[in-house]
Design a protein around this ligand. Structure first.
Ligand SMILES: Nc1ncnc2c1ncn2[C@@H]1O[C@H](COP(=O)(O)OP(=O)(O)OP(=O)(O)O)[C@@H](O)[C@H]1O
Length: 325
């Protein structure tokens, strides 16, 4: 359904050092540097998948989404999505995809949301019955009834994001690209957005490609993770694969009566320490949890204790470290 092969994209960025002299000099001879945003990116995605596309700031996530949605033309490589080359067959192609950029709006700022939806209906030539059915479904599941008459500029971020997602789905796309859809949202809005994404994937079979820095989005949604760093694809696998790579790691959180000195334990990393709570990380193949608890109990009066596996956030950080990004 989606196949990228050897995609490379560089940007020419103007370089100028500070100072009036340099500014004048730059008027005559502009200096440039080349930023390689994507280097030889290849992957395939099957229908119905939810793929989390992750990586640190500046890794190349948005650039990949822009190539896949036909906004940017790569320097090299091929990209076939539903049989289209996105930047060549753009008009026909965009009828099959929905795109949400969390930091930008696709809605008309000064008009009520429902009018933006009407404009999208005309642009995509959505048949009347399809439009009405989709609008009803989206209004109900994204709780839009009270906000569709409001101009976009008067909406809160969470309200706007629900409208953006609705707008991207009015024309029944087969693929949905979501670039940081939960950025800046409060906890309740994030959960609502995640539940909705899950639902349209399950009920309508929409394939979802999601970039995010929120690992809770990944944990809640992604069956598969693609990780990019400095423009290169570094990991392609499931969250469970990632977990099993660090499977013998455990996190022990201990609550105790006040104690101001961290308790050093051989083979164990103290992730955080406060007068009433400490968090330790260990490899149970080297240091069994029981010996850690025994050592702690000698030094502090334990009130509560929780043993967990490594949070997704930490797993991803381990991956970043492994690849030195
Ligand atoms: N239009 C552009 N002109 C010049 N450089 C660009 C442009 N767009 C992206 N870049 C550069 O390409 C690299 C990748 O940027 P991109 O926006 O794809 O990263 P990202 O992974 O989406 O980052 P973030 O998580 O911060 O949004 C960065 O070094 C960025 O500065």
């Amino acid at each position: 359904m989606i196949a990228l092969q050897g995609i490379t994209k560089s940007f020419k960025v103007a370089r100028r050092t500070a100072g009036v002299r340099q500014a004048v000099k730059a008027l005559f001879a502009r200096e440039h540097t080349i930023v390689e945003a994507l280097h030889n990116i290849s992957f395939e995605i099957s229908p119905g998948e939810i793929v989390g596309y992750i990586g640190p700031n500046g890794a190349g996530k948005s650039t990949t989404i822009k190539v896949m949605s036909g906004i940017l033309v790569p320097d090299n490589g091929t990209c076939k999505i539903l049989g289209y080359t996105p930047w060549q067959d753009r008009a026909a192609y965009v009828r099959n995809i929905g795109v949400v950029f969390g930091q930008r709006t696709q809605l008309w700022w000064d008009v009520p949301v429902i009018d933006s939806f009407g404009l999208l209906r005309d642009i995509y030539k959505i048949p009347g019955d399809v439009y009405r059915a989709n609008l009803a479904m989206l209004t109900e599941s994204l709780a839009l009834t009270d906000i569709v008459q409001t101009p976009v500029r008067q909406l809160s971020l969470g309200q706007r994001m629900r409208c953006e997602i609705a707008a991207s789905l009015l024309h029944d796309p087969k693929i949905l690209f979501l670039d940081e859809p939960t950025i800046g949202l409060d906890a309740a809005s994030k959960i609502a957005v995640r539940q909705f994404i899950k639902r349209i994937n399950k009920e309508r079979g929409v394939t979802v490609i999601l970039t995010t820095h929120d690992m809770n989005d990944i944990e809640a949604l992604a069956d598969r993770i693609l990780m990019i760093g400095k423009g290169t694809l570094l990991y392609d696998g499931t969250l469970n694969d990632l977990r099993s790579r660090f499977g013998s790691k455990r996190i022990v959180t201990v609550d105790y009566r006040e104690h101001y000195e961290p308790v050093p334990i051989d083979g164990v990393t103290c992730l955080s320490w406060s007068p009433e709570r400490a968090v330790y990380s260990m490899d149970i193949e080297v240091t069994p949890v029981a010996s850690v608890i025994a050592r702690l109990s000698e030094q502090v009066e334990v009130v509560d204790l929780e043993v967990g596996t490594t949070p997704v956030e930490e797993l991803v950080l381990e991956l970043y470290k492994e690849h030195r990004i």
